[in-house]
Write a protein that binds this ligand. Structure first.
Ligand SMILES: CC(C)(COP(=O)(O)OP(=O)(O)OC[C@H]1O[C@@H](n2cnc3c(N)ncnc32)[C@H](O)[C@@H]1OP(=O)(O)O)[C@@H](O)C(=O)NCCC(=O)NCCS
Length: 311
């Protein structure tokens, strides 16, 4: 049998990254190329080597991206490596290439000192063989029966509002489980890769003070809420932000991942239903990671991973 030359390594050039975009574009027929351009080319938190590739006779046939992140777990900060854009050319599947690349990527992640890895998938059993376990989340489908034009709510202005937004984000998210600890570089990069509708990034501003914000993406029949945050106990701000989104878009249905702890923010304010989602997986890589942290991360409906951080 003819032996093939297999090479596994990180990307070395922009040209190779563009080849990965084309590979992902052909591997995921339901996802638009623009999505991969954002995540492979515009996420400046990655260096080229974080996009891992398997080459056969010099041609890229498989890819895995490693996203360097830091997450909060009850005020502690943990180094986490997201895994995304796992893809093999349709003509080269079933030969173990993605498996080889995932194993190599996990070695790369461990070597860099990350304590755990996370990914989203619909083929959970495939990732179980590499040590990933499924974490239960729920999607809330919210009905906002009436949109309202609250005048205190305006469009986010990057130059004027970014400092306040970062501060509100940190206050709201640093005590949660699994939220990303974002620095300024991450924020600026995230604006480029997260795919939000910029006109649906709204802030609640009263007497010059921002009390909360919401970020969203328009889908055909509903609005996907990517994230929200508000100051102190101003839960009413979230209600008004959702009502304003409904007013602006004419859409009444909203969807978002909702933890058990966040349920209190919409209960008695909107009617909603919950559906289970098993697309999220975690792999613990650092033996020194405490049981308390591991338990908090895998507990049902405990993990708060905003859609805007999706990789
Ligand atoms: C998933 C994927 C990357 C696997 O690549 P690969 O190089 O063929 O992977 P391997 O050879 O290491 O493993 C193949 C195994 O993947 C699993 N697998 C692949 N697609 C699957 C699917 N849709 N459902 C369930 N299992 C699947 C199977 O267990 C398969 O084993 P089999 O060949 O004995 O049936 C490739 O099928 C692909 O690019 N799919 C489209 C993109 C995608 O879904 N990526 C994963 C996103 S999380």
């Amino acid at each position: 049998m003819k032996s093939v030359l297999i090479e596994i390594r990180g990307c070395n050039s922009k040209e190779e990254l563009i080849e990965v975009v084309s590979l992902c574009d052909s591997a995921f027929p339901k996802t638009r190329r623009e999505y991969f351009e954002r995540h492979v080319l515009k996420d400046n938190t990655l260096n080229k080597k974080d996009t891992r590739i398997l080459l056969i006779e010099g041609k890229i046939v498989s890819s895995v991206q490693v996203f360097p992140r830091t997450i909060y777990v009850q005020k502690e900060k943990i180094q986490m490596a997201g895994i995304g854009n796992v893809a093999t050319l349709p003509s080269q599947r079933g030969k173990g290439y993605a498996g080889l690349l995932i194993k190599d990527s996990l070695g790369y992640i461990i070597k860099k000192g990350y304590a755990l890895s996370m990914l989203t998938t619909s083929i959970n059993s495939y990732y179980e063989q590499f040590g990933f376990q499924t974490v239960l989340r729920t999607i809330a489908v919210i009905n906002c029966s009436e949109g309202k034009d609250h005048k205190e709510i305006i469009k986010f202005n990057k130059n004027n509002d970014i400092k306040d937004i970062i501060s509100i984000y940190n206050g709201f998210n640093s005590g949660k489980i699994g939220t990303i600890a974002r620095d300024k570089q991450y924020w600026l990069s995230q604006f480029e890769f997260c795919g939000e509708d910029e006109d649906l990034f709204l802030v609640f501003k009263t007497e010059g003070e921002i009390l909360g914000f919401i970020r969203a993406q328009r889908k055909v029949n509903y609005i996907s809420i990517l994230e929200y945050a508000f100051k102190d106990n101003h839960t009413f701000v979230l209600t008004k932000l959702i009502e304003k989104l409904s007013f602006l878009t004419g859409i009444n249905e909203f969807r978002l991942f909702l933890t058990k702890g966040e349920e209190k923010n919409i209960i008695n304010r909107f009617s909603f239903s919950l559906t289970e989602e098993k697309d999220f997986m975690i792999c613990f890589l650092d033996a020194k990671l405490s049981t308390k942290i591991k338990k908090a991360l895998v507990k049902d409906r405990n993990l708060n991973f905003w859609r805007s951080d999706f990789f």
